[in-house]
Ligand binder design. Structure first.
Ligand code: NDP
Ligand code: X2W
Length: 342
């Protein structure tokens, strides 16, 4: 059994990692950390894990992380970069659900995250953990940077178009809507029911840190491009719906066929039949990204809709997918669950 440690187990990402890893046939959860809940049973904080995870939270300084085969960080940005080097030196593989190892340029990190990178020398060995793009590299990685949640929805929706060079590279627009669990479990006024309920707002319009991440990934496959990215907070708990717009450069493109062929072999990307629209509730709790592409009106603009569960394909599910790849397991192991609907 692969021994896994979870740092940041008392947050939403950590809880979701436990939900997925506890029944995983090849993984044993060795330790789960929380500073605030250290010494208390996991199931006291998360009753849905009663009888499933029979561990107490441990303080991250005392937890036997170096004895694990893999440590997953579900911590705020800036935490994993402090602890990962020692773990990697001890032979432990690391998957970071935060942004610490996603941007390859430490200057970009400084600009968007406001601090110096603690281990810029490790950035080159980090593999960006989007299996649909980087499957082979992930298989031999030691350090995986799990993508951002908005980034996963937007990138999977635009990759076929950008990769095939059929859209104008300066015309990309991503309008992405997230439920409040995307902001984490830590109390904040903006995610109170009375603030976020019965309301809808855009945020980060002047600049959001997921924009350079999406741009970096798309530029790997399509060269220089321009992208407008506007995230929104919507009054639901789980889910991201990204509506994506691009001007077609090649009007003869059969967009439906392009998407179907790009994702034909992908276990977690579902391209809907022409004319259908995906909705977030169809992926609630599952690791699926469900997509649809259309050319409304005069057909010059392609509109893609992409839905994911931010905590699953947008975070913990994708991390488990990456873990499976790292350890040579079938990619779908432990991720076969079907979404909840309604
Ligand atoms: N929520 C989402 O939809 C997604 C989240 N992510 C990313 O995943 C990461 C976790 O997100 P999420 O679970 O929502 O966040 P939460 O705020 O819900 O949880 C954060 C966890 O980290 C722990 N923690 C905080 N500070 C430290 C520290 N200095 N050292 C060790 N542990 C610490 C907290 O527990 P304690 O303070 O008790 O130690 C808590 O368990 C973030 O980087 C987020 O950006 C990525 C994609 C989607
Ligand atoms: C609703 C909400 O506030 N969402 C967060 C997403 C945070 C997150 O999960 O960021 P990473 O994916 O980069 O780790 C935000 O937009 O800042």
């Amino acid at each position: 059994m692969i021994q896994a440690g979870i740092v940041g187990g008392s947050g939403y990402g950590g809880a979701e990692l436990m939900r997925l890893l506890a029944p995983h046939p090849d993984v044993a959860i060795r330790t789960v950390t929380s500073r605030g809940d250290a010494g208390t049973p996991v199931a006291e904080t998360f009753p849905h894990l009663r009888g499933v995870v029979e561990l107490d939270f441990e303080d991250p300084q005392q937890a036997p992380l170096a004895d694990c085969d893999v440590v997953l960080f579900a911590t705020p940005n800036g935490v994993a970069m402090e602890a990962a080097p020692a773990l990697l030196d001890a032979g432990v593989r690391v998957i970071d659900l935060a942004a610490d190892f996603r941007l390859t340029d430490p200057e970009l990190w400084r600009r968007w995250y406001g601090t110096d990178h603690a281990c810029p020398e490790r950035l080159a060995e980090a593999v960006y953990g989007l299996p649909e793009l980087n499957r082979e590299a992930i298989q031999s990685a030691r350090l995986v940077a799990n993508p951002g949640c908005h980034v996963t929805a937007v990138t999977l929706g635009l990759l076929p178009l950008v990769g095939a060079g059929v859209v104008q590279p300066d015309s990309l627009i991503a309008d992405s809507k997230s439920g409040t669990s995307g902001a984490g479990r830590r109390a904040s006024v903006g995610t109170l029911m009375a603030e976020a309920g019965e309301s809808l707002r855009a945020y980060g319009v002047a600049g959001h840190r997921h924009q350079p991440e999406i741009r970096q990934v798309l530029e790997w496959v399509g060269g220089p491009l321009e992208l407008t990215f506007v995230p929104h907070l919507v009054p639901m708990v789980r889910g991201i719906e990204a509506t994506l717009y691009a001007r077609l450069a090649k009007l003869e493109t059969d967009v439906q066929a392009l998407f179907e062929s790009a994702y034909a072999d992908e276990p977690f990307v579902d391209v809907m039949p022409a004319g259908s629209q995906p909705e977030t509730r169809s992926v609630r709790g599952s690791n699926v990204c469900r997509l649809a592409a259309l050319r409304p009106g005069n057909g010059e603009t392609v509109v893609v809709q992409s839905v994911i569960d931010n905590l699953v394909k947008g975070a913990a599910g994708q991390a488990v997918q990456n873990l499976n790849l790292l350890f040579g397991l079938p990619e779908t192991r432990g991720l076969e669950g079907i979404g909840l609907m309604p």
